[in-house]
Write a protein that binds this ligand. Sequence first.
Ligand SMILES: [Zn+2]
Length: 217
Amino acid sequence: MSFPIFSRWMRPASVAVFGLACMVWLSGCATTHYYNVTDFHTVVIDAGHGGRDSGAYTKGRHTRLLEKDLTLDVARRLEGKLSDAGFRTVMTRTRDCYVPLDERARISNSRHKSVFVSIHFNDTRRRSVHGAEVYHNGEGTWQLAARIERALATMPGGDNRGVKTARFRVLRKSNGPALLVECGFLSNATEANHCASASWREQTADRIAQAIIAQRR
Ligand SMILES: [Zn+2]
């Protein structure tokens, strides 16, 4: 999914300012756990779209890639890596089926001490735009979102597009920490070629997993 209005408002320098502002604000806040979640043992992995909802897709001369297929592939890879690292994992879908957004959030909300990670691929009319974006819902997830963003920025052809907030429904409806990772832009020809590669998707899943593992206390 793509929300251009948010796509540039938080570059690395402003992320640092935002983080500082958060710390100042939270110094007077009673719920100190709000800022930095580290105490979680379950990761709810959400493969975006599915079934009748294909999400974004590649256009032009490229082999047609559907976002729903790519998200499921990365989610499966991520699930294996996090299981191996000792996390409990829950997949909101394991096949090509439609799962309503509220159902995805409900699954997340039913899990104690969990982090919800929704996997997506991006699309925009500005074909030159590339790189990963990580959105979070503010429930203690800024640091984890920043870890993932930094990790994905090191991908071949990657770009650090910053950590963002947005009122995506799955983030709004999640009661606990929730993230949405846009792994890359299908609208960018070079990045679409990367997305078509299983080894690139494996590296993407690995970087997300390593960031989650590093975040756990
Ligand atoms: Zn999407």
